[in-house]
Write a protein that binds this ligand. Structure first.
Ligand SMILES: Nc1ncnc2c1ncn2[C@@H]1O[C@H](COP(=O)(O)OP(=O)(O)OP(=O)(O)O)[C@@H](O)[C@H]1O
Length: 723
């Protein structure tokens, strides 16, 4: 059978000299995509150049990934013809999609979105791809207009499934992804909530968001900072097509979007079911409705260049953010979101601190238009077996056990894949030897040229390398570099041709400490798909892994901030905790610290009730609040850990999370102990206060009795005097 997208199978050369790189046609967090010619076949292809320097995986891992990639074969999922290593880059050769991504197209020619007939066709093709992926146990997890590619005949393919995620999720890619443009607008609520777990229905949510993106030209909430978006996704009603504002769209379109954007994932339809919706039944073939979108447009590379220039000039005009904004941004990013590693309560606190100048406005800023609000929170770790699967025509191999989710050893099955339109057929046929699986490493002239050009040498951190041989490469500083952070927008535009500047990570969006990456392309499991290795830096900050999520030391900072041995004295106005749903309102005044401010006279039973009462009330209030705090702290732990918390004040053994295989126990011990110690302190404090309160209540009752006695005595005396 054919390669990706059908056609005759043929082995694409694995030597970079057999390809001529032409224009740059796209760029992502980790890669630059070029139009290229495969010289022996005289065929136009796309080559995605991924910088391996930013990948923590060794070559074996990469090789394994490349093998796994070869699973995918569907007309609506972009596959790879072959892949090979060129020095410190992985080149992935794939079909060239001449019209680029829907996002690019909207940015260039349809800022307010496409018309419904085009949307229906694009979405239908996308949904077919999702149905295929889900049926084979994979979640795309990055469905969005930027990952839907179109060819000039109207063909639609979903991209970015796999290699980039799996290659870069364990290390610097995290940093690059988190400082790169993008917002969490597409993420389903359950994905944002560590406790809930998620499955392939998360893609259906993202699909619904993508529908809105195609309808409006931008994703909902795209004008807001990421933390705000996260909170809005969790707390607000789901976005949708408005019956008044979106009059031009049909009822069935609105209905379809509403079905996808249901917060309860179990109530969302499967891709298969959704395909049967009237909206898709009536969709025209893409060659009729999509093809016409490109009429009169310049070629893709010209559009990409125009976009880069436009974005560059916008950035130049953009005001520098104030010092406060920068500080806030820095704090948000450092403490709130670390890739997928965040604590939702911390996030809420951080989000609540974001200025809300125009919260009620309809979001207008286009996706990726404002670098200040951009952060990518998405794919992180992808283990080999979980990764996206790109076909490698050079090997045409896949592992049956990978398909079946069986991890026992790699039984190799060979050759071509069965076209998946017939959804019931198995993916594979024959078998070949494992020895044939290796991804060749090309030691070539190009490698030498890369090495020999000092200004084109490898970049530090996240900047993908710009191969020196690229023809027609942009002469502008890559806008994407400038887009990555506010601080980067302040840097002068680099005019030097063919030199890619290493992106700065020192700006407001810098994430100096980051916990591990998490799997995003895991085979479908509702939760617990986590795992992978942690980079060194993250290990030191990792406190705990909760399902797929890690809690970093940043996450517990707020807990740490809470005074435990002394009653907190934060005012409701000044405390960063005051808006937190989890911590409650710290309304105490220092005057009411029970330790130091219970009047000595309290011990005196002759104290009048009117004096005693306010103190008792205050004590009671404090105790309740502290109880709340303890409950919240306990809630922030996994149930198993809560069960482990001893009642005798001794530290429990550090909880072991099954997924981490003990790898991070050592790293988490310190923080966990700290947290637990503080919980015990709070418990002890609460118990003391409860005792005090009980004692005071007793005194109060005694006082009342004495007052009653005295007053009845007085009344008796008075009556005697009167008589
Ligand atoms: N086969 C292709 N043909 C034409 N253009 C492509 C092709 N593949 C990718 N592109 C363009 O390059 C861009 C970046 O590609 P891709 O999304 O795969 O990179 P990435 O680094 O994985 O991005 P991301 O940051 O979304 O993870 C795409 O948005 C698209 O515009």
């Amino acid at each position: 059978m054919g390669g990706p997208g059908g056609g005759q199978p043929r082995s694409y050369p694995l030597n970079p000299n057999d390809y001529k790189l032409l224009e740059e046609v796209g760029y992502g967090a980790s890669a630059t995509v070029f139009r290229a010619i495969c010289l022996p076949f005289n065929e136009v292809v796309a080559i995605k150049c991924l910088d391996l320097d930013r990948c923590n995986s060794n070559l074996d891992d990469i090789r394994r990934e490349a093998q796994t990639m070869s699973l995918i074969d569907h007309p609506n999922v972009i596959g790879a013809y072959c892949s090979f290593v060129v020095e410190h880059n992985l080149w992935v050769v794939m079909p060239f999609m001449a019209e680029g991504s829907c996002l690019h197209l909207m940015k260039v020619a349809y800022p307010d979105g496409f018309e419904e007939s085009a949307i229906a066709s694009i979405l239908k093709e996308t949904l077919k791809a999702l149905e295929y992926l889900h049926r084979h146990g994979h979640i795309h997890r990055d469905v969005k207009a930027g990952n839907i590619l179109m060819d000039s005949n109207g063909e639609v393919k979903v991209a970015d499934f796999g290699v980039s995620a799996c290659m870069f999720d364990t290390g610097d890619r995290q940093r690059s992804r988190n400082t790169f443009v993008g917002t969490p607008c597409w993420m389903a609520p359950e994905v944002l909530q560590p406790q809930t777990g998620y499955d392939f229905k998360a893609d259906i949510w993202s699909f619904g968001i993508t529908a809105l993106e195609l309808a409006h030209g931008h994703a909902p909430f795209s004008k807001y900072p990421p933390m705000k978006v996260l909170l809005m996704t969790i707390q607000n009603a789901p976005p949708g097509l408005d019956y008044d504002r979106d009059k031009k769209f049909s009822k069935s379109f609105k209905e379809m979007v509403a079905m996808c954007l249901v917060k309860d994932q179990t109530k969302r339809p499967t891709a298969e079911k959704l395909l049967k919706h009237t909206f898709f039944k009536n969709a025209k073939p893409p060659e009729l409705s999509v093809k016409k979108l490109f009429v009169d447009l310049p070629p893709l590379w010209t559009r990409v260049k125009t976009l880069q220039m436009k974005d560059a000039s916008q950035l130049a005009l953009k005001k520098m953010p104030s010092a406060e904004q920068e500080a806030l941004s820095q704090s948000q990013y450092q403490r709130g979101v670390s890739a997928w590693n965040f604590d939702i309560e911390d996030l809420k606190i951080q989000a609540s601190l974001v200025q809300d100048e125009d919260e009620n406005e309809i979001p207008e800023i286009k996706e990726q238009a404002d670098p200040k609000v951009d952060v990518r929170i998405k794919k992180t770790d992808v283990s080999a077996s979980e990764s996206g699967l790109w076909r490698s025509r050079s090997t045409n191999i896949l592992y049956s056990d990978q398909i079946n989710g069986d991890n026992k050893g790699s039984k190799v099955i060979e050759d071509d894949f069965i076209e998946s339109d017939n959804q019931t057929k198995p993916l594979l046929k024959k078998s070949v030897s494992k020895a044939e699986l290796s991804v060749p490493v090309a030691e070539t002239d190009i490698s030498a040229k890369f090495k020999s050009q000092p200004n084109k040498s490898r970049q530090t951190q996240s900047g993908p390398l710009m191969p020196g041989l690229v023809v027609g490469q942009s002469t502008l500083e890559r806008v994407r570099t400038a887009e990555r952070s506010d601080i980067e927008t302040q840097q002068p535009v680099e005019k030097t041709p063919q030199v890619r500047k290493a992106p700065s990570f020192s700006g407001p969006l810098m994430l100096p400490t980051r916990a591990s990456a998490n799997s995003l392309s895991a085979p479908i499991k509702s939760s617990g798909g986590f795992r992978d290795t942690l980079d060194d830096k993250s290990k030191t900050n990792l406190v705990q892994i909760k399902g797929r999520f890690s809690v970093t030391s940043e996450n517990v900072d707020l807990v740490k901030d809470i005074p435990l041995c002394t009653v907190p004295r934060r005012s409701s106005q000044g405390s960063p905790l005051r808006k937190s749903a989890s911590v409650g309102d710290w309304i105490f005044d220092s005057k009411h610290n029970p330790n130091s401010y219970i009047p000595k006279e309290m011990g005196n039973s002759s104290m009048p009730a009117s004096v005693l009462m306010p103190h008792l009330q205050n004590l009671f209030q404090q105790t309740s609040l502290q109880q709340d705090l303890i409950v919240n702290l306990l809630n922030s732990l996994q149930p198993a850990e809560v069960a482990d918390v001893p009642q005798n004040g001794k530290l429990p053994p550090v909880p072991r999370i099954p997924e981490n295989n003990g790898n991070v126990d050592a790293a988490s011990t310190e923080r966990e102990r700290l947290l637990l110690t503080k919980i015990f302190e709070l418990q002890a404090r609460m118990s003391n206060l409860t005792d005090e309160l009980t004692a005071e209540k007793m005194k109060y009752i005694q006082l009342q009795q004495r007052i009653n006695m005295i007053s009845s005595q007085e009344n008796g005396d008075k009556r005697e005097v009167d008589s």
